[in-house]
Design a protein around this ligand. Sequence first.
Ligand code: AMP
Ligand code: GLY
Length: 421
Amino acid sequence: MKVGIIGSGGREHSLCLSLKKSEKISEIFCIPGNAGTNLIAKNVDLDVENFEKVKDFIIKNKIEIVIVGPEKPLVNGITDYLVKYDIKVFGPNKIASQLEGSKIFTKKMCEKYKIPTAKFGIFKNISDSKKFLKNCHYPIVVKADGLAAGKGVFICDNFEQSSSAVSEIFNGKFGDAQNVLIEEFLKGEEMSFFIISDGKSYKKFGTAQDHKRVLEGDKGKNTGGMGAYSPSKHENKNLDEKILDRIIKPTLKALKDLDTSFQGFLYAGLMIVKGEPFLIEYNVRMGDPECQTILPRLNTDLANIIVSCVNQNLDKIDIEWDYNKSLCIVLCAKGYPEQYEKEIEIKNLSEIKKNADEYIFHAGTKNNGKKIFSNGGRVLNFVAKSSEFKECRDKAISLIKRLNWSNGFFRKDIGYKVIDS
Ligand code: AMP
Ligand code: GLY
């Protein structure tokens, strides 16, 4: 079977590697892919926002299933578009993608279905927002509605910070957000919780803890993700049940009431407050770098799982996991998440010898002839599996040191909440 993967990050490289292992798959096309996917699949240089060109390529090359990695094409309706041409797509439709595309859609759903989440207000202009912010308790969280690549969220300690956040949002710094969301600050511990669904049934798809801030000790600016580990230290049967009963099931019911359903990966970003789960946000895709962290622990053939999802018989599949732990460290270009240089050569990648439980996924890389160059802020992902998180981290750091890429930096403390020293 021929499959297509849309996207170009570490998440897509890890999806590609897992699918490559399946006997079911004869050929993989990555649209557009990166220098890592180029080693194991065929990269196709197409603009993924040009749905018509993507559709023409898929039909011409007889691609049977398309897996959509990132949120933007999903929120823009790529699934609905391709399905009209009888193409099987793994990824939610446009309405279900509102769970990520509009924070206000999700908050209103939480209100209606009594899903635990931070208390919130929706504000349509600067002056109403500031009036509210003058008299509220701090810290408080200010968010732009709509997609902002993880950057439209401000945790504010005082009026000065919150009022400048509101001004930035309404002045268009994070796209054309028409509304801001002002939320109660929840103090707890974060957890990423994943399910996979075929639109009729769903299964758990692992947990992880992401590290979003750029500096060690969770300081500095928010990023797309500097590293992750899996499973989350909070994962246990009792909490799982609370998450499924109070958050996941009511969400799937809410979509059903809208005459639709969720097919694809659903990622719940949670805050665990004194053992109770609260929904912070939904993403309608796998996380990045959570995907790179979780997939190496998957023992079941990913192609079988995806095929069963697009054919709506996921209930026939058992998903099995490696008992080992996994940890991922992201190597970034110096300066990220602000200004950073691109097109710096990465030498000796191919010479690094890895063990079977070690992985190097490409994120922001591209080829220039046979050479590999950086092409983004998050450049490479180093993942290791082991029975101990400390050993995972030591192995990942050792791989990074062997690469010795002088333009890069990384957090050495990924997993510090589960590693003592
Ligand atoms: P989001 O893009 O909504 O996931 O927010 C980015 C990050 O901001 C989250 O991963 C949390 O660390 C933090 N955050 C968002 N909303 C809240 C909240 N209501 N209380 C505390 N932290 C929050
Ligand atoms: N790692 C966070 C995200 O994928 O949104």
